[in-house]
Design a protein around this ligand. Structure first.
Ligand SMILES: Cc1ncc(COP(=O)(O)O)c(C=O)c1O
Length: 412
């Protein structure tokens, strides 16, 4: 079979077969299309701004941004130029380039709750480091984690338990996001051994409606940490710089002690950051976390340029404005065709789910129709808008949504 729907995926399907021989399962992790409805290409050949091309030359208007990182759009000229200039001088040396200090200064200037910063590669590095700092500072073990929240793929947080041993997770206590009494009960269970509470910026778990945090819930988390000498950790890996460039809880007036960033801060170049408040500076300087590639200078150049652009231009306003247009357009189309959908969470991170669709059969069909029209949506993960998306792109996307929604209204 060389096509899926109307899309010719001949080269992609050939390579997928070959990959089965050389790569366990053909592909691992969140980028494996085996977990998605058929019709998604596994491999890509190039990307520019808001568009991405597969191996067979099919072009998609993309609403995933590489699962978040490409906040300014793919291959942003200014970011790439900064990277290329740095590459000619030094990427990975025996120590970091001077950019590490500039970058730390920049992120501290932007983020309200940051008095210091250190850098790593992936979001998992950053969230794990936050736990280590909390434990080092408190000498305590227990961390409260919301059920279903994704914090990365290390043994303590991977959502798939295969290969994970009890000891990896034995110091976690779970609660329900936005549920005050379950948070209180978890804190009670931790007793005098509470090191920290880790929370995503808002509830953005897969396969369910997104939920903004209730202010009273964040306040409760803050109060518990303060009363128990524990630390509040904001996992802003996914939402960071998309909701608010001062940190995602800035408008709530809740200040985290530690924040993990990644994804958007490098516009696609690999980098993550841990930032924290003054009282954790000592603990952060005493732990030992590092990696061969954590200090490479090109990623720092990318991040410095990305953050500078976001400082100058109101990226959040752009993507939330487009997000609102997309959301109201999709709502209008769905209602025109009598299809019940739900759109939730911040508009700049769109999530479109179908009502009465437990097995995601409607959602799966919907995204397949969109792929056929050259629009890349995700059936059960929140999506991402970028600064490179334009009003014309949304017209293109909404035309495709019109086609797909009409089909759904007759298919089901
Ligand atoms: C909220 C959140 N935390 C942590 C991570 C882990 O980041 P990474 O995949 O870069 O390790 C992710 C990745 O999607 C995430 O969304």
């Amino acid at each position: 079979m060389s096509t899926q729907g109307n899309i010719n995926l001949e080269k992609d399907l050939y390579l997928r077969k070959k990959a089965e021989k050389y790569i366990p399962g053909g592909m691992w992790g969140h980028m494996s299309v085996k977990k998605l409805p058929s019709g998604y290409p596994q491999f890509f050949s190039k990307a520019k701004d808001a568009r991405i091309w597969d191996l067979d030359g099919n072009c998609y208007l993309d609403f995933m941004c590489g699962y978040g990182p490409n906040i300014l759009g793919y291959n942003n000229v200014e970011v790439d130029q900064a990277v290329n200039e740095q590459r000619r001088k030094l990427d990975l040396g025996n120590g970091p380039s001077a950019l590490v200090v500039d970058l730390a200064e920049k992120i501290i200037t932007l983020v309200d709750s940051a008095d210091w910063a250190l850098f790593a590669k992936n979001g998992t590095d950053a969230t794990t480091t936050c736990l280590t700092i909390s434990r080092a500072a408190t000498g305590k073990k227990k961390i409260l984690v919301a059920t279903g929240s994704y914090h990365g793929s290390a043994p303590w947080c991977t959502p798939v338990a295969t290969g994970v041993v009890e000891e990896d997770t034995s110091n976690l206590i779970f609660f329900e996001y936005n549920d005050l009494s379950s948070l209180e009960a978890a804190a009670e269970k931790a007793g005098t051994n509470l090191a920290g509470i880790i929370l995503t910026a808002f509830r953005h778990d897969v396969r369910r409606d997104q939920e903004l945090p209730k202010k009273i819930f964040l306040k409760k988390a803050r109060d518990i940490c303060d009363s128990k000498n524990a630390f509040l950790i904001l996992d802003d890996v996914r939402a960071g710089f998309r909701l608010n460039r001062n940190g995602s809880w800035f408008d709530y007036g809740i200040k985290p002690d530690l924040t993990a960033f990644s994804k958007a801060i490098g516009n696609g170049y690999p980098i993550s950051a841990v930032v924290g408040v003054e009282k954790l500076r000592k603990a952060a300087s005493e732990i030992y976390v590092t990696g061969s590639f954590w200090c490479n200078a090109t990623s720092m150049a990318a991040s410095l340029k990305t953050l500078s652009i976001m400082e100058e231009k109101d990226v959040v306003a752009h993507i939330s404005g487009l997000g609102n247009t997309l959301r109201s357009g999709i709502d209008q189309i769905a209602s025109n065709y009598g299809v019940d959908i739900s759109q939730s969470g911040p508009s700049q991170m769109p999530m479109v789910l179908f009502k009465d669709d437990k097995d995601f059969s409607k959602g799966s069909k919907f995204v397949q129709y969109l792929l056929n029209k050259g629009v890349y949506f995700h059936p059960w993960h929140n999506m991402f808008l970028s600064f490179a998306h334009t009003a014309e792109d949304l017209d293109f996307a909404l035309d495709a949504v019109e086609y797909a929604m009409k089909k759904i209204s007759t298919d089901f």
